[in-house]
Design a protein around this ligand. Structure first.
Ligand SMILES: [Zn+2]
Length: 278
């Protein structure tokens, strides 16, 4: 089901004029408009809220579903069968594939995966918090298996602790997962600055939940803060000679979600001058 206003179909070649104002590729698929469950991550209008804001300045790249091999690298068969029984396998595999696409492209240029269902509460053999497959872990595992990276770093900026990603990757030997823990805005940003100052990895993946925004559940961050976070990550990736990408996790206030995603995209598209400003 496709909701919302008429839009240019995905896959249409951008004109030269379009290309001049496009700042980033966004991995997406119209199937993500589906209301696949009754949880807030699957709510009607959530994807539309983001697409409407970012559409004028991004180039959409069609997400492809993750293969069963890619999913099985992270999740055991009984978990995959359980997801199938919920009737959400196809959309969950497409989200995981969107994350893989974002991570692969992220090695070349910063990019954003506008995907759902989210994944950071999905452990290998269980899941909660609107998550089925762990999109981030599936994406990083794929890069690792393909020999594209030696070290990965996950910055989880969602309001909620990404327990699934930690459970899957903590003993992986190649990935560091950091959930930003500060609840005060300034301390939160300082924590991100410090992490990015010492982060060394071939790829930095942002588990980009926007539920910490002042008008969302967490009530902590301003829209501009997502711009700074994006820029700090981009700067660290450039310093490391590596790549960076972000994938959508939480964020439930449709009034502000689009602006916040846009701010992160803008930040990722530029190298930070924030540190110099102190
Ligand atoms: Zn969350």
């Amino acid at each position: 089901m496709i909701l919302g206003r008429e839009r240019k179909p995905l896959g249409v070649e951008p004109t030269r004029r379009d290309e001049e104002r496009m700042i980033m590729k966004v991995i997406f698929h119209e199937a993500f408009y589906q209301v696949y469950s009754s949880d807030p991550a699957a709510a009607e209008g959530r994807m539309e809220a983001v697409v409407q804001v970012v559409e004028p300045v991004v180039e959409f790249v069609q997400a492809e579903p993750a293969s069963s091999v890619d999913i099985s690298a992270v999740h055991p068969e009984h978990r995959i069968e359980w997801v199938k029984r919920q009737g959400v396998y196809e959309i969950a595999a497409l989200a995981a594939g969107g994350a893989i696409g974002a991570a692969q492209l992220g090695l070349e240029e910063p990019c954003f995966g506008l995907i759902r269902p989210p994944g950071h509460h999905a452990s290998a053999d269980s899941g909660w918090g609107f998550c089925y497959f762990n999109n981030m872990a599936i994406a990083l595992e794929k890069l690792k298996r393909d020999g594209k990276i030696k070290k990965a770093y996950v910055l989880d900026i969602d309001l909620h602790f990404g327990d699934g990603t930690v459970n899957i990757l903590k003993n992986s030997g190649y990935a560091t997962v950091h959930n930003v823990a500060s609840h005060d805005r300034e301390a939160y940003l300082e924590e991100v600055r410090e992490e990015m100052a010492r982060c060394q990895a071939d790829i930095i993946g942002i588990s980009a939940g926007f539920d910490n925004h002042e008008d969302d559940w967490g009530g902590t961050l301003c829209t501009d803060d997502y711009r700074e976070i994006g820029s700090l990550v981009r700067t660290a990736a450039e310093r490391n000679g590596g790549g960076c990408f972000a994938i959508l996790e939480g964020g439930y206030n449709h009034e502000v979600l689009g602006r916040n995603v846009m701010a992160l995209i803008e930040g990722l598209s530029e190298v930070s001058t924030w540190q110099e400003r102190g």
